[in-house]
Design a protein around this ligand. Structure first.
Ligand SMILES: Cc1cc2nc3c(=O)[nH]c(=O)nc-3n(C[C@H](O)[C@H](O)[C@H](O)COP(=O)(O)OP(=O)(O)OC[C@H]3O[C@@H](n4cnc5c(N)ncnc54)[C@H](O)[C@@H]3O)c2cc1C
Length: 394
Protein backbone atom coordinates (compact mmCIF):
# COMPACT_ATOMS: atom_id res chain seq x y z
CA UNK A 1 0.00 0.00 0.00
CA UNK A 2 1.30 3.47 -0.85
CA UNK A 3 -0.34 6.67 0.26
CA UNK A 4 -1.48 9.24 -2.30
CA UNK A 5 -2.23 7.60 -5.62
CA UNK A 6 -4.00 10.48 -7.44
CA UNK A 7 -2.02 11.88 -10.39
CA UNK A 8 -1.54 15.18 -8.56
CA UNK A 9 -0.12 13.44 -5.46
CA UNK A 10 2.02 11.11 -7.58
CA UNK A 11 3.52 14.16 -9.28
CA UNK A 12 4.07 15.82 -5.91
CA UNK A 13 5.85 12.66 -4.69
CA UNK A 14 8.24 12.71 -7.61
CA UNK A 15 8.88 16.44 -7.10
CA UNK A 16 9.78 15.77 -3.43
CA UNK A 17 11.97 12.81 -4.39
CA UNK A 18 13.93 14.96 -6.86
CA UNK A 19 14.26 17.74 -4.31
CA UNK A 20 15.69 15.34 -1.71
CA UNK A 21 18.11 13.86 -4.25
CA UNK A 22 19.38 17.33 -5.10
CA UNK A 23 19.58 19.04 -1.71
CA UNK A 24 19.63 16.49 1.15
CA UNK A 25 22.53 17.04 3.55
CA UNK A 26 25.32 14.49 3.28
CA UNK A 27 25.14 13.27 6.86
CA UNK A 28 25.68 9.57 7.57
CA UNK A 29 22.25 7.93 8.08
CA UNK A 30 21.71 6.90 11.72
CA UNK A 31 18.75 5.26 13.36
CA UNK A 32 16.09 7.52 14.86
CA UNK A 33 16.01 11.19 15.78
CA UNK A 34 19.65 12.16 16.26
CA UNK A 35 21.52 15.36 17.01
CA UNK A 36 24.28 16.85 14.91
CA UNK A 37 27.60 15.23 15.83
CA UNK A 38 29.65 18.36 15.09
CA UNK A 39 29.46 21.98 13.87
CA UNK A 40 29.48 21.09 10.19
CA UNK A 41 26.59 18.63 10.61
CA UNK A 42 24.75 21.28 12.64
CA UNK A 43 25.17 23.85 9.85
CA UNK A 44 24.14 21.31 7.21
CA UNK A 45 20.97 20.53 9.20
CA UNK A 46 20.19 24.24 9.54
CA UNK A 47 20.50 24.74 5.79
CA UNK A 48 18.39 21.67 5.13
CA UNK A 49 15.70 22.89 7.54
CA UNK A 50 15.60 26.24 5.73
CA UNK A 51 15.25 24.49 2.37
CA UNK A 52 12.41 22.25 3.62
CA UNK A 53 10.48 25.26 4.89
CA UNK A 54 11.35 27.30 1.80
CA UNK A 55 9.95 24.63 -0.53
CA UNK A 56 6.79 24.27 1.59
CA UNK A 57 7.74 20.69 2.55
CA UNK A 58 7.69 21.73 6.21
CA UNK A 59 5.36 24.25 7.84
CA UNK A 60 2.85 24.30 4.98
CA UNK A 61 0.03 24.48 7.58
CA UNK A 62 1.41 27.69 9.12
CA UNK A 63 -0.53 30.96 8.67
CA UNK A 64 0.03 32.34 5.14
CA UNK A 65 1.84 35.45 6.42
CA UNK A 66 4.50 33.13 7.90
CA UNK A 67 4.90 30.98 4.81
CA UNK A 68 1.96 28.54 5.06
CA UNK A 69 0.52 27.33 1.73
CA UNK A 70 -3.12 26.89 0.79
CA UNK A 71 -2.20 24.44 -1.97
CA UNK A 72 -0.90 21.88 0.56
CA UNK A 73 -2.91 19.38 2.61
CA UNK A 74 -1.99 16.76 5.24
CA UNK A 75 -1.72 14.30 2.29
CA UNK A 76 1.27 16.30 1.09
CA UNK A 77 2.90 16.23 4.54
CA UNK A 78 2.42 12.46 4.72
CA UNK A 79 4.15 12.05 1.36
CA UNK A 80 7.05 14.26 2.45
CA UNK A 81 7.45 12.08 5.58
CA UNK A 82 7.47 8.92 3.46
CA UNK A 83 10.01 10.28 1.00
CA UNK A 84 12.35 11.52 3.73
CA UNK A 85 12.22 8.04 5.30
CA UNK A 86 12.86 6.39 1.93
CA UNK A 87 15.96 8.52 1.42
CA UNK A 88 17.01 8.07 5.10
CA UNK A 89 17.22 11.82 5.52
CA UNK A 90 16.14 13.77 8.63
CA UNK A 91 13.16 16.14 8.51
CA UNK A 92 12.80 19.56 10.12
CA UNK A 93 14.06 19.37 13.71
CA UNK A 94 11.31 18.12 16.02
CA UNK A 95 11.84 20.55 18.93
CA UNK A 96 11.35 23.51 16.57
CA UNK A 97 8.28 21.90 15.00
CA UNK A 98 6.59 21.51 18.42
CA UNK A 99 7.55 25.00 19.57
CA UNK A 100 6.35 26.63 16.35
CA UNK A 101 2.92 25.02 16.81
CA UNK A 102 2.73 26.33 20.36
CA UNK A 103 3.60 29.85 19.13
CA UNK A 104 1.21 29.73 16.16
CA UNK A 105 -1.78 28.58 18.20
CA UNK A 106 -1.12 30.13 21.61
CA UNK A 107 1.63 32.78 21.23
CA UNK A 108 1.30 36.56 20.91
CA UNK A 109 1.76 38.39 17.59
CA UNK A 110 5.08 39.70 18.87
CA UNK A 111 6.29 36.17 19.75
CA UNK A 112 5.25 34.90 16.32
CA UNK A 113 6.90 37.81 14.47
CA UNK A 114 10.11 37.36 16.40
CA UNK A 115 10.54 33.58 16.25
CA UNK A 116 8.66 32.01 13.33
CA UNK A 117 10.75 33.56 10.52
CA UNK A 118 13.94 32.55 12.35
CA UNK A 119 12.73 28.94 12.75
CA UNK A 120 11.85 28.82 9.03
CA UNK A 121 15.28 30.16 8.12
CA UNK A 122 16.89 27.33 10.12
CA UNK A 123 18.64 29.85 12.37
CA UNK A 124 16.66 29.08 15.51
CA UNK A 125 16.76 25.53 16.80
CA UNK A 126 14.45 24.84 19.76
CA UNK A 127 14.41 22.04 22.27
CA UNK A 128 11.52 20.64 24.27
CA UNK A 129 11.98 21.15 28.03
CA UNK A 130 9.17 18.93 29.37
CA UNK A 131 10.46 15.70 30.99
CA UNK A 132 12.13 15.63 34.38
CA UNK A 133 13.82 12.88 36.42
CA UNK A 134 10.55 12.41 38.38
CA UNK A 135 8.10 13.37 35.63
CA UNK A 136 8.06 11.54 32.32
CA UNK A 137 5.04 9.27 31.87
CA UNK A 138 3.37 11.31 34.59
CA UNK A 139 4.41 14.65 33.12
CA UNK A 140 1.89 16.63 35.17
CA UNK A 141 4.00 15.87 38.28
CA UNK A 142 6.76 18.15 37.03
CA UNK A 143 8.51 20.18 39.73
CA UNK A 144 10.58 22.80 37.89
CA UNK A 145 9.08 26.02 39.15
CA UNK A 146 8.72 29.52 37.75
CA UNK A 147 7.99 32.09 40.44
CA UNK A 148 6.73 35.55 39.46
CA UNK A 149 8.98 38.39 40.59
CA UNK A 150 8.10 41.84 39.21
CA UNK A 151 8.34 41.77 35.39
CA UNK A 152 9.95 38.33 35.32
CA UNK A 153 9.64 34.72 36.42
CA UNK A 154 12.53 33.05 38.24
CA UNK A 155 12.97 29.45 37.05
CA UNK A 156 14.61 26.70 39.17
CA UNK A 157 14.73 22.96 38.65
CA UNK A 158 15.94 20.27 36.24
CA UNK A 159 14.92 18.69 32.95
CA UNK A 160 16.24 15.51 31.36
CA UNK A 161 16.08 13.76 27.96
CA UNK A 162 16.30 17.16 26.25
CA UNK A 163 16.93 16.29 22.59
CA UNK A 164 19.18 18.86 20.88
CA UNK A 165 19.48 20.86 24.14
CA UNK A 166 23.22 21.32 23.47
CA UNK A 167 22.55 22.97 20.09
CA UNK A 168 19.29 24.78 20.79
CA UNK A 169 18.95 28.59 21.04
CA UNK A 170 15.55 28.43 22.70
CA UNK A 171 13.66 25.97 24.86
CA UNK A 172 9.91 25.37 24.95
CA UNK A 173 9.64 25.05 28.73
CA UNK A 174 6.92 23.69 30.99
CA UNK A 175 7.20 24.88 34.59
CA UNK A 176 4.95 25.02 37.64
CA UNK A 177 3.68 28.54 38.32
CA UNK A 178 1.02 27.68 40.88
CA UNK A 179 1.93 25.16 43.58
CA UNK A 180 -1.56 25.35 45.12
CA UNK A 181 -3.58 24.56 41.97
CA UNK A 182 -4.48 20.94 40.97
CA UNK A 183 -1.36 19.51 39.30
CA UNK A 184 -2.56 19.83 35.66
CA UNK A 185 -3.75 23.41 36.21
CA UNK A 186 -0.66 24.90 37.84
CA UNK A 187 1.66 24.52 34.83
CA UNK A 188 2.62 27.28 32.36
CA UNK A 189 4.56 27.25 29.08
CA UNK A 190 7.51 29.58 28.42
CA UNK A 191 10.06 30.61 25.83
CA UNK A 192 13.44 30.09 27.45
CA UNK A 193 16.67 31.55 26.06
CA UNK A 194 19.15 28.67 26.38
CA UNK A 195 22.06 31.13 26.75
CA UNK A 196 20.49 32.93 29.75
CA UNK A 197 22.60 33.04 32.96
CA UNK A 198 21.78 30.08 35.22
CA UNK A 199 21.04 27.56 32.41
CA UNK A 200 23.49 24.62 32.29
CA UNK A 201 23.28 21.91 29.67
CA UNK A 202 25.02 18.56 30.19
CA UNK A 203 25.00 16.16 27.25
CA UNK A 204 24.35 12.51 28.19
CA UNK A 205 26.44 9.83 26.50
CA UNK A 206 24.06 7.12 25.29
CA UNK A 207 24.22 3.37 24.56
CA UNK A 208 24.80 4.26 20.92
CA UNK A 209 27.97 6.18 21.82
CA UNK A 210 26.45 9.46 20.64
CA UNK A 211 24.96 12.38 22.61
CA UNK A 212 21.51 13.25 21.36
CA UNK A 213 19.84 14.35 24.56
CA UNK A 214 20.85 16.23 27.69
CA UNK A 215 20.24 17.12 31.28
CA UNK A 216 19.34 20.81 31.65
CA UNK A 217 19.60 22.64 34.99
CA UNK A 218 18.00 25.99 35.89
CA UNK A 219 19.55 27.89 38.75
CA UNK A 220 17.47 31.05 39.33
CA UNK A 221 17.05 31.77 35.60
CA UNK A 222 15.25 35.04 34.89
CA UNK A 223 12.59 34.76 32.18
CA UNK A 224 10.72 37.93 31.15
CA UNK A 225 7.01 37.77 32.03
CA UNK A 226 6.11 38.36 28.36
CA UNK A 227 7.95 35.13 27.44
CA UNK A 228 5.01 33.11 28.73
CA UNK A 229 3.14 31.26 25.96
CA UNK A 230 -0.63 31.61 26.43
CA UNK A 231 -2.04 32.37 29.88
CA UNK A 232 -0.60 31.35 33.26
CA UNK A 233 -1.88 27.84 34.06
CA UNK A 234 -2.56 27.01 30.39
CA UNK A 235 0.69 25.04 29.92
CA UNK A 236 -0.83 21.58 30.19
CA UNK A 237 -3.46 22.29 27.52
CA UNK A 238 -0.83 23.87 25.23
CA UNK A 239 1.54 20.91 25.62
CA UNK A 240 -1.20 18.39 24.81
CA UNK A 241 -2.38 20.34 21.78
CA UNK A 242 1.15 20.55 20.36
CA UNK A 243 2.03 16.90 21.07
CA UNK A 244 -1.16 15.71 19.36
CA UNK A 245 -0.23 17.63 16.21
CA UNK A 246 2.45 15.27 14.98
CA UNK A 247 0.37 12.67 13.15
CA UNK A 248 1.55 13.18 9.59
CA UNK A 249 5.01 11.76 10.33
CA UNK A 250 3.74 8.24 10.83
CA UNK A 251 3.76 7.25 7.14
CA UNK A 252 7.56 7.38 7.28
CA UNK A 253 7.80 4.57 9.82
CA UNK A 254 6.21 2.00 7.51
CA UNK A 255 8.59 3.00 4.72
CA UNK A 256 11.50 2.71 7.15
CA UNK A 257 10.49 -0.81 8.21
CA UNK A 258 9.91 -2.01 4.65
CA UNK A 259 13.37 -0.80 3.66
CA UNK A 260 14.79 -2.57 6.71
CA UNK A 261 13.23 -5.86 5.56
CA UNK A 262 14.76 -5.43 2.10
CA UNK A 263 18.15 -4.81 3.74
CA UNK A 264 17.60 -7.86 5.98
CA UNK A 265 16.98 -10.10 2.95
CA UNK A 266 20.13 -8.75 1.37
CA UNK A 267 22.09 -9.32 4.60
CA UNK A 268 20.76 -12.88 4.95
CA UNK A 269 21.93 -13.58 1.38
CA UNK A 270 25.44 -12.39 2.22
CA UNK A 271 26.13 -13.99 5.62
CA UNK A 272 26.44 -17.73 6.23
CA UNK A 273 25.06 -20.21 8.75
CA UNK A 274 26.91 -23.56 8.86
CA UNK A 275 28.64 -22.80 5.56
CA UNK A 276 25.44 -21.96 3.64
CA UNK A 277 23.83 -18.58 2.90
CA UNK A 278 21.57 -17.70 5.86
CA UNK A 279 18.70 -16.97 3.49
CA UNK A 280 18.51 -20.72 2.75
CA UNK A 281 17.66 -21.50 6.38
CA UNK A 282 13.96 -22.12 7.03
CA UNK A 283 14.19 -20.40 10.39
CA UNK A 284 15.62 -17.25 8.81
CA UNK A 285 13.06 -17.25 5.99
CA UNK A 286 10.18 -17.74 8.44
CA UNK A 287 11.34 -14.88 10.59
CA UNK A 288 11.75 -12.48 7.67
CA UNK A 289 8.32 -13.50 6.36
CA UNK A 290 6.84 -12.85 9.77
CA UNK A 291 8.39 -9.36 9.94
CA UNK A 292 7.03 -8.63 6.49
CA UNK A 293 3.50 -9.71 7.42
CA UNK A 294 3.59 -7.68 10.64
CA UNK A 295 4.76 -4.59 8.73
CA UNK A 296 1.94 -4.92 6.19
CA UNK A 297 -0.55 -5.17 9.09
CA UNK A 298 1.04 -2.07 10.61
CA UNK A 299 0.77 -0.29 7.26
CA UNK A 300 -2.97 -1.03 7.05
CA UNK A 301 -3.46 0.12 10.64
CA UNK A 302 -1.41 3.28 10.10
CA UNK A 303 -3.34 4.41 7.04
CA UNK A 304 -6.70 3.52 8.61
CA UNK A 305 -5.71 5.66 11.62
CA UNK A 306 -4.58 8.49 9.36
CA UNK A 307 -7.86 8.39 7.46
CA UNK A 308 -9.82 8.57 10.73
CA UNK A 309 -7.64 11.47 11.87
CA UNK A 310 -8.10 13.40 8.60
CA UNK A 311 -11.87 12.94 8.94
CA UNK A 312 -11.81 14.16 12.53
CA UNK A 313 -12.77 10.72 13.88
CA UNK A 314 -9.56 9.74 15.64
CA UNK A 315 -9.98 7.61 18.77
CA UNK A 316 -7.81 8.02 21.88
CA UNK A 317 -6.06 4.67 21.39
CA UNK A 318 -5.43 4.81 17.59
CA UNK A 319 -2.01 6.43 17.75
CA UNK A 320 -1.05 4.19 20.71
CA UNK A 321 -1.70 1.00 18.71
CA UNK A 322 0.46 2.17 15.79
CA UNK A 323 3.24 3.42 18.05
CA UNK A 324 3.37 0.22 20.11
CA UNK A 325 3.37 -2.03 17.07
CA UNK A 326 6.05 -0.01 15.28
CA UNK A 327 8.41 0.23 18.23
CA UNK A 328 8.16 -3.48 19.07
CA UNK A 329 8.70 -4.68 15.46
CA UNK A 330 11.59 -2.22 15.16
CA UNK A 331 13.44 -3.67 18.19
CA UNK A 332 12.96 -7.28 17.09
CA UNK A 333 13.95 -6.66 13.49
CA UNK A 334 17.19 -4.90 14.46
CA UNK A 335 17.96 -7.61 17.07
CA UNK A 336 17.53 -10.31 14.43
CA UNK A 337 19.84 -8.48 12.01
CA UNK A 338 22.54 -8.21 14.71
CA UNK A 339 22.18 -11.96 15.41
CA UNK A 340 22.48 -12.77 11.72
CA UNK A 341 25.77 -10.87 11.60
CA UNK A 342 27.25 -13.28 14.19
CA UNK A 343 30.40 -11.99 15.90
CA UNK A 344 30.83 -9.19 13.35
CA UNK A 345 27.21 -8.16 13.97
CA UNK A 346 28.06 -6.66 17.34
CA UNK A 347 30.86 -4.43 16.02
CA UNK A 348 30.07 -0.73 15.87
CA UNK A 349 30.46 2.10 13.36
CA UNK A 350 34.14 2.82 12.70
CA UNK A 351 35.30 -0.81 13.01
CA UNK A 352 36.44 -2.06 9.57
CA UNK A 353 34.93 -5.52 10.24
CA UNK A 354 31.52 -4.19 11.28
CA UNK A 355 28.63 -5.52 9.20
CA UNK A 356 27.11 -2.79 7.02
CA UNK A 357 29.27 -0.17 8.76
CA UNK A 358 27.71 -0.98 12.17
CA UNK A 359 24.26 0.05 10.93
CA UNK A 360 22.37 -2.82 12.60
CA UNK A 361 24.12 -2.45 15.91
CA UNK A 362 23.18 1.26 15.92
CA UNK A 363 19.60 0.42 14.90
CA UNK A 364 19.29 -2.14 17.68
CA UNK A 365 20.76 0.03 20.42
CA UNK A 366 18.66 3.01 19.32
CA UNK A 367 15.49 0.96 18.90
CA UNK A 368 14.92 1.01 22.70
CA UNK A 369 14.42 4.78 22.46
CA UNK A 370 11.24 4.36 20.42
CA UNK A 371 9.78 2.12 23.14
CA UNK A 372 10.18 5.00 25.62
CA UNK A 373 9.97 8.36 23.79
CA UNK A 374 6.55 9.83 23.13
CA UNK A 375 4.95 7.48 25.68
CA UNK A 376 6.46 4.15 26.77
CA UNK A 377 5.15 0.78 25.55
CA UNK A 378 3.57 0.14 28.97
CA UNK A 379 1.71 3.46 28.81
CA UNK A 380 0.56 2.63 25.26
CA UNK A 381 -0.74 -0.74 26.49
CA UNK A 382 -2.60 0.98 29.33
CA UNK A 383 -4.21 3.37 26.85
CA UNK A 384 -5.27 0.57 24.52
CA UNK A 385 -6.63 -1.48 27.44
CA UNK A 386 -8.54 1.33 29.11
CA UNK A 387 -9.63 3.52 26.18
CA UNK A 388 -9.79 0.96 23.41
CA UNK A 389 -10.97 -2.21 25.17
CA UNK A 390 -12.78 -0.46 28.03
CA UNK A 391 -10.95 -2.52 30.67
CA UNK A 392 -11.09 -1.16 34.22
CA UNK A 393 -8.31 1.21 35.32
CA UNK A 394 -5.69 -0.30 37.58
C1 LIG B 1 15.21 9.30 22.59
C2 LIG B 1 14.36 10.12 23.51
C3 LIG B 1 14.24 11.46 23.29
C4 LIG B 1 13.45 12.25 24.13
N1 LIG B 1 13.40 13.60 23.92
C5 LIG B 1 12.72 14.38 24.80
C6 LIG B 1 12.76 15.81 24.67
O1 LIG B 1 13.36 16.37 23.74
N2 LIG B 1 12.13 16.54 25.59
C7 LIG B 1 11.43 15.98 26.63
O2 LIG B 1 10.85 16.72 27.40
N3 LIG B 1 11.39 14.62 26.80
C8 LIG B 1 12.02 13.82 25.90
N4 LIG B 1 12.02 12.44 26.08
C9 LIG B 1 11.41 11.88 27.29
C10 LIG B 1 10.20 11.01 27.13
O3 LIG B 1 9.06 11.77 26.89
C11 LIG B 1 10.10 10.17 28.41
O4 LIG B 1 11.22 9.32 28.46
C12 LIG B 1 8.86 9.34 28.48
O5 LIG B 1 7.75 10.15 28.66
C13 LIG B 1 8.93 8.32 29.64
O6 LIG B 1 9.23 8.94 30.83
P1 LIG B 1 10.45 8.45 31.79
O7 LIG B 1 11.64 8.21 30.95
O8 LIG B 1 10.55 9.45 32.90
O9 LIG B 1 9.99 7.06 32.37
P2 LIG B 1 9.03 6.80 33.64
O10 LIG B 1 7.76 7.56 33.48
O11 LIG B 1 9.82 7.03 34.88
O12 LIG B 1 8.75 5.28 33.48
C14 LIG B 1 9.70 4.27 33.90
C15 LIG B 1 9.13 2.92 33.57
O13 LIG B 1 7.88 2.73 34.28
C16 LIG B 1 6.83 2.44 33.38
N5 LIG B 1 5.60 3.10 33.83
C17 LIG B 1 5.46 4.40 34.22
N6 LIG B 1 4.16 4.66 34.55
C18 LIG B 1 3.48 3.51 34.34
C19 LIG B 1 2.10 3.14 34.48
N7 LIG B 1 1.17 4.02 34.88
N8 LIG B 1 1.75 1.86 34.15
C20 LIG B 1 2.67 0.95 33.71
N9 LIG B 1 4.00 1.25 33.58
C21 LIG B 1 4.39 2.50 33.88
C22 LIG B 1 7.27 3.00 32.04
O14 LIG B 1 6.67 2.33 30.97
C23 LIG B 1 8.78 2.75 32.09
O15 LIG B 1 9.06 1.45 31.70
C24 LIG B 1 12.77 11.64 25.23
C25 LIG B 1 12.89 10.26 25.43
C26 LIG B 1 13.68 9.51 24.60
C27 LIG B 1 13.79 8.03 24.84
Amino acid sequence: MQYGTTPELAEFRSEVRNFIAEYAPSIPPRAGVRSAENESEHRALQEWTARLYGAGYAGSDWPAEYGGRDDRSPDHSIIVGEELARAQVPGAQSGSVLASHALIHFGTDEQRRRHLPEIRAGRELWCQLFSEPGAGSDLASLRTKAVRSGDAYIVSGQKVWTTDGHWARYGYLLARTDAEAPKHKGISAFILDMSAPGVSVRPLRELTGTSDFNEVFFDGVEVAADAIIGAPGQGWAIANATLAHERTNVGGIVVKLRLAVEALVELASRVQINGRPAIESDRVRDRIGQFSAEIEALSALTYANLTRWLRGRERMHDAAMGKLMFSEINVELARFAVELGGEAGVLVEGDPNAIDGGRWQDEWLYARAYTIAGGSSEIMRNLIAERGLGLPRR
